[in-house]
Design a protein around this ligand. Structure first.
Ligand code: RP5
Length: 176
């Protein structure tokens, strides 16, 4: 049974939120994915959302770009928590998607992530945090995740001090 349902407005959104899938996998959180648009397939979207709770889904992640109505429409059909991912667009780099998702009318909330790098990871972590309020194992995994981030930054600072900033930057740029 999947605890998280992920819906994207287009298959073109899928590669842009790869980190969302890999992060949920890292936490062993089962998820299902569907491509379904608020505009192109409105009936399928409504059906998938309104049956989500019965399928065991406890959090929904909805990603869309441009006229990004999908997360809001999803939230209109359920009282499950909905997390929106604004997909970067050509028009305004995703600012249009961000505003379309964030500016919901009072009463129908969407927890909106930033557009761009980090959005997929944060959407997954936010979903895990919600699930962790009633799951001790996930709570521990989240704490471990934070600890490992802290350690990785400590390691980087040690290396920066050992190598000096010029060699450190050269190594960073060489790896790009
Ligand atoms: C939105 O329109 C989708 O979420 C996608 O980000 C954008 C473009 O869709 P495609 O034309 O690539 O299918 O509904």
């Amino acid at each position: 049974m999947s605890a998280v349902g992920i819906i994207t407005g287009s298959d073109s959104d899928l590669p842009k939120i790869k980190e969302c899938f890999s992060t949920l996998k890292k936490f062993d959180v089962p998820f299902e994915i569907i491509v379904s648009s608020a505009h192109r397939t409105p009936e399928q979207t409504a059906e998938w959302v309104s049956t989500a709770r019965k399928r065991g889904i406890r959090v929904i992640i909805a990603a869309a770009g441009g006229a990004a109505h999908l997360p809001g429409v999803v939230s209109a059909h359920t009282t499950l928590p909905v997390i929106g991912i604004p997909i970067e667009s050509n028009l305004a780099g995703g600012l249009d998607s961000l505003l379309a998702i964030a500016q919901m009318p009072g009463g129908i909330p969407v927890g909106t992530m930033a557009a761009g790098k980090g959005a997929g990871i944060n959407a997954a972590l936010y979903a895990v945090s919600i699930l962790a309020t009633s799951d001790k194992t996930l709570e521990t995994k989240l704490a471990d995740y934070r600890q490992s981030m802290k350690k990785s930054i400590e390691d980087k600072n040690r290396k920066l001090n050992d190598m000096g900033y010029e060699a450190f930057i050269a190594e960073l740029e060489g790896g790009r």
